[in-house]
Design a protein. Structure first.
Length: 320
């Protein structure tokens, strides 16, 4: 049994009910050789075609709400790769070839990631990737059941068999989102959330809440969220931390200056108090001197008066 056949059956994959919308004229289902596909349909500007073992498959269009989920998540990955430049991210135009036991397919995921240590480097002039993506993301289209099955069953099996380490399916309905990691046995298993957070193994450090795919909070909210703070707007955080550090330093310097000014004021106050005490001591000394002078003068007067009295007494006795 091939690896594709060993993946979970379609009955185990939650899929939204199909919405049948009229499809524009396309080459969907046309039988062409791989060479014709590469030269004629791979870079088709009006349609995005994949090639499934000789048959063209047009990538279906997702609804606008699913596009917003896709756009928010792709921007999150871009922010991560700016701060953790461990991989390159490519868009819908970049396809890759998977030779599988059931036949060769050429897939163009809505966006993919190639790690810098991938055995096949992504070269600047590449128009298609010659290796296997490390992460494939598909925005699920629910216009036709065939598109639903293609992303949730067929591509899941192909990517697992072809060796894609992680595969994410995005959709505006959280019930139809899926995040898979590849086991050593070559099968996909759902990534178990840790406290409601999905952590990528292919891109260590990339983490997100599936619930945020529906809410799509603004970057200003993410930069202070502990789940995203490590890679969303780190420059802003660094600037803020520097500003806060500068403010703390300025506050310390201001407190030090206030303390020094207070110490100077207290020194002046102590000097004033010492001066006042010295003035008071001097004043007391002056008063004591004055009192002493007054006492001397009073004693001198008394002694003079006593002398006069004694003289008069002596004169009276002499006259008598």
């Amino acid at each position: 049994m091939s690896s594709i056949a060993a993946t979970a059956p379609a009955s185990q994959i939650p899929v939204p009910p199909p919405r049948h919308l009229p499809a524009a004229h396309s080459a969907e289902g046309l039988q062409v050789s791989e060479a014709i596909y590469w030269t004629t349909y791979y870079l088709e500007s009006d349609h995005h075609y994949e090639w499934n073992n000789g048959r063209l498959e047009e990538k279906p269009v997702s609804d606008y709400e699913t596009f917003l989920v896709y756009a928010w998540f792709s921007e999150l990955v871009r922010h991560f790769l700016r701060t953790h430049p461990c991989a390159q991210m490519v868009g819908l135009e970049m396809g890759f070839r998977l030779p599988l036991p059931s036949g060769t397919v050429i897939r163009k995921p809505d966006f993919g990631v190639v790690r810098n240590d991938n055995p096949q480097p992504l070269l600047p002039l590449d128009c298609s990737y010659h290796g296997v993506f490390d992460l494939c993301i598909e925005a699920l289209s629910d216009q036709e059941r065939s598109g639903i099955v293609r992303d949730t069953v067929i591509k899941k099996a192909e990517y697992a068999a072809g060796g894609v380490p992680e595969y994410y399916v995005l959709h505006q309905n959280p019930a139809h989102q899926a995040f898979y990691t590849r086991t050593p046995a070559g099968l996909y298993t759902p990534i178990a959330p840790q406290a409601g957070v999905i952590c990528s193994r292919v891109l260590p450090g990339l983490q997100f809440r599936p619930t945020d795919l529906a809410r799509r909070p603004e970057l200003e909210a993410l930069r202070d969220d502990p789940v995203y703070a490590g890679f969303v707007l780190p420059g802003w955080r660094a600037d803020r931390e520097r500003a806060e550090a500068a403010a703390r330093q300025a506050e310390v310097q201001a407190r030090r200056a206030d303390a020094e000014a207070q110490a100077k004021r207290e020194a002046v106050d102590r000097a004033d108090a010492e001066a006042r005490r010295a003035d008071a001591e001097a004043q007391r000394a002056v008063e004591q001197t004055r009192r002493a002078d007054a006492e001397v003068q009073a004693r001198q007067r008394l002694e003079h008066e006593l002398a006069e009295l004694r003289a008069r007494l002596a004169q009276g006795q002499s006259d008598g």
